[in-house]
Design a protein around this ligand. Structure first.
Ligand code: ZN
Length: 84
């Protein structure tokens, strides 16, 4: 996906490397598990880090104009949250 248009009309261009719109939602338990592995004898490679994160991560697009959050909970299926 190279562009994502928010309900407010703002177009987020996602094709130019990592944009400030793209965030990742990760369970605290996953982060804690990774932290434990960094401290253990079982060294964590960067590939293992990204694999572990990818298994649990939810991609989030945050609109810079209206601050809506668009969560991609399934591939190309978004749930949108709006600021009250
Ligand atoms: Zn917006």
């Amino acid at each position: 996906m190279s562009k994502y248009t928010c309900a407010c009309g703002y177009v987020m261009n996602l094709s130019q490397g990592w944009s400030g719109y793209e965030l990742t939602l990760i369970p605290e338990s996953t982060i804690e598990g990774l932290g434990d592995r960094l401290d253990s004898e079982d060294k964590l490679s960067s590939d293992q880090l990204y694999e572990t994160l990818d298994e649990k991560a939810i991609t989030v697009y945050r609109c810079p104009k209206c601050r809506r959050l668009h969560l991609e909970e399934e591939p190309n299926k978004f749930t949108t949250y709006i600021v009250e």
